[in-house]
Design a protein around this ligand. Structure first.
Ligand code: PBG
Ligand code: ZN
Length: 333
């Protein structure tokens, strides 16, 4: 319906529908439920390991055994969707991130153990090289003076990483490296390996952002030189998401993600209106930690702030929300 067709209905007393909780809950049309939430987990080698991340209150690096227990506990509470990030010891990193395709890396071990444990969890695996390369970039480097990331060499590596993740039990792979053509390369590799049922949640619209700071502590994947502006998007371009979205959909993305979320609500709305694929939004580490920092100072209420921001992301058009608040939101929503 165009705006001019909208029947004009003067409401002189909008406050009538704000009278009491029962009334407000009845007319509230945007709701976030546990089914919409994905909990990120950081896994690293070890046994019984729970290492708090200083810049992300309540978030920990865990060893695979602990992660499997946490996944079991959260499933019992109704939170059943998880995205795994690998944290790799510096000694196991190299220039091409070969640990990414090791079936015994922490992500793959966790996937196998979750499947062995029989938890009814939907497992998403982040698919990128920055946590595995010694230089911290999202792919292999070119042999040039600028040491830019070699797009096409990285595509082959991503395809291989996707196959290993699927073999180990991932339900969805989530490529986050912003290489051109990555979704097509991953789709082809998965299909060739008989994994045509594995979905791709692509980080289709991912901006180079200051909001990833705490994540880089958590994932220990900070670039050792330069930054990611040569492959992640420039937030000063307001229409470029259309190109990235179209490419990823053409290449076979099943779910498209916008990242960050809270300061990119306009982009989420644009993507939602431009396509019929499910849209995910990643409320990233910095966005999470800002709310915690303000709450720790007594400046805002943690619960109210977290619920409001998450609901705003949903209202903007996200179907799926990746958030570090997921375990708390189960109780708070
Ligand atoms: C790696 C990756 C990053 C995040 C998710 N996957 C960091 C980056 O791109 O630098 C950020 C998530 C967060 O900040 O919570 N490609
Ligand atoms: Zn990366």
């Amino acid at each position: 319906m165009s705006e001019s067709d909208t029947p004009y209905r003067p409401v002189e007393r909008p406050r009538r529908l704000r009278r009491g909780q029962l009334m407000r809950d009845m007319v509230a049309d945007v709701r976030v439920t546990a089914d919409h939430l994905v909990m990120p987990l950081f896994v690293r080698h070890g046994e019984g390991l729970r290492k708090p991340i200083a810049s992300m209150p309540g978030v920990e690096q865990m060893s695979p055994d602990v992660a499997v227990d946490v996944i079991g506990e959260q499933c019992a509470r109704g939170l059943r969707r998880f995205i795994l990030f690998g944290v790799i010891d510096a000694s196991a990193k190299d220039a091409t991130g070969s640990a990414a395709v090791d079936v015994d890396n922490p992500v793959n071990v966790t996937l196998k153990r979750v499947r062995d444990a029989g938890h009814d969890a939907l497992m998403i695996a982040d698919l990128c090289f920055c946590e595995y390369t010694d230089h911290g970039h999202c792919g292999a480097l070119c042999d040039d003076a600028a040491l830019t990331v070699d797009n096409d060499a990285t595509l082959d590596m991503l395809g291989e990483q996707a196959m290993v993740l699927a073999d180990c039990g991932a339900d969805i792979v989530a490529p986050s490296g912003m290489m051109d053509g990555q979704v097509a390369a991953i789709r082809e590799a998965l299909d060739d390996a008989g994994h045509d049922h594995i979905a791709i949640m692509s980080y289709a619209v991912k901006y180079a952002s200051s909001m990833y700071g705490p994540f880089r502590d958590a994932g220990e994947g900070t670039p050792q030189f330069g930054d990611r502006r040569g492959y992640q998007m420039d937030y000063r371009r307001s229409r470029e998401w259309m190109t990235e979205l179209e490419l990823d959909l053409d290449e076979g993305a099943d779910i498209v993600m916008v990242k960050p979320a809270a300061t990119y609500l306009d982009v989420i709305r644009g993507v939602r209106d431009a396509c019929d694929a499910p849209v995910a939004a990643y409320h990233v580490s910095g966005e999470f930690s800002m709310i915690h920092a303000a709450a720790a100072n007594g400046w805002i209420d943690l619960r109210a702030g977290a619920v409001e921001v998450t609901t705003a992301i949903k209202r903007a058009g996200a179907d799926v929300i990746l958030t570090y608040f997921a375990p708390q939101l189960i109780d708070w929503l």
